[in-house]
Design a protein around this ligand. Structure first.
Ligand code: NDP
Length: 248
């Protein structure tokens, strides 16, 4: 098992769900972790909770739709810990809606966070990692990056895009030692559904859209991330799909 002491991990979307659980996994293993998201109060709570573990933990309020803020985040990690060993591009929104209801503002938000946020993360960290010829970039796509579901045209579009961007990146930097992994979860119990405003989608969900599926815990995804980054340096885990056994 790798020794994480002195290594740094930066996680976007770390104020809840998958990002929070992944942060916990790495801090317990002794890594220095920077938590990034917009809700600073939540980040502070998590920082306090994780203080007991051996890794150092810092927070940085960041809106991933701002390229400047994402650049500032990466610079913050370098200033605090000298280098960025792992970037986990995990921030995401899922305000599912039917296209006929034309929730264009929500489409914009999803494009901005789920696609442009990922691109800004890559832009901010890639030169640093290529210069060191070391590092690992991970991005959360989804099963929705493989299959389109009703009300998910835009969300799935963003998750397909995130997966394809990571695949393109992986091909382009294949000759370097920088590794890439796409994490594609199935249904995980988090706050993700809270952003849904479309009443038709709310009805669809109430009628049992996810019935029969036992959601994963965020920690299951944290374990998958940890697995990917802990492989020997010559092993690149390009993608991990993790879904509930009964999701199908
Ligand atoms: P949560 O809603 O718990 O977490 C989403 C995170 O994204 C929050 O920390 C939120 O923080 C952050 N976020 C949202 N907008 C921004 C922004 N503009 N800038 C910075 N951070 C932002 O849901 P999950 O943990 O489930 O979601 C994490 C990722 O997993 C997402 O990319 C999601 O699409 C993906 N996913 C989730 C699945 C699931 O079933 N839960 C399945 C497949 C993929 P804050 O509001 O504080 O900014």
């Amino acid at each position: 098992m790798a020794n994480w002491k002195g290594k740094s991990v930066v996680i976007t979307g770390a104020s809840s769900g998958i990002g929070e659980a992944t942060a916990e996994r790495f801090v317990k293993e002794g890594a220095n972790v920077v938590l990034a998201a917009r809700r600073e109060d939540k980040l502070t709570e998590i920082q306090d909770r994780l203080q007991q573990y051996s890794g150092d933990i810092k927070i940085k309020s960041t809106d991933v739709t701002s390229q400047q803020e994402v650049e500032d985040l990466i610079q913050f990690v370098i200033d605090e810990f000298n280098q960025v060993d792992v970037l986990f591009n995990n921030a995401g929104l899922m305000p599912l809606s039917f296209m006929k209801n034309t929730k264009v503002d929500e489409w914009d938000q999803m494009v901005d966070v789920n696609i442009k946020g990922v691109l800004y993360g890559i832009a901010a960290v890639l030169p640093h990692m290529l210069e060191r010829n070391e590092g690992h970039i991970l991005t959360t796509s989804s099963i929705a990056g493989h299959e389109v579901m009703p009300s998910g045209a835009v969300y799935c579009g963003t998750k397909f895009a995130a997966r394809v961007i990571m695949e393109g990146l992986s091909k382009e930097i294949a000759k370097s030692n920088v590794r890439t992994t796409t994490i594609s979860p199935g249904v995980v119990e988090t706050e993700l559904l809270d952003t849904i405003s479309d009443e038709d989608v709310k009805s669809m969900l109430k009628e049992g859209f996810f019935e029969g599926i036992t959601s994963l815990d965020s920690a299951d995804i944290g374990d998958a991330v940890y697995y990917a980054v802990n492989q020997p340096k010559n092993v690149d885990v390009s993608e991990i799909i993790v879904k509930p056994t009964n999701q199908g």
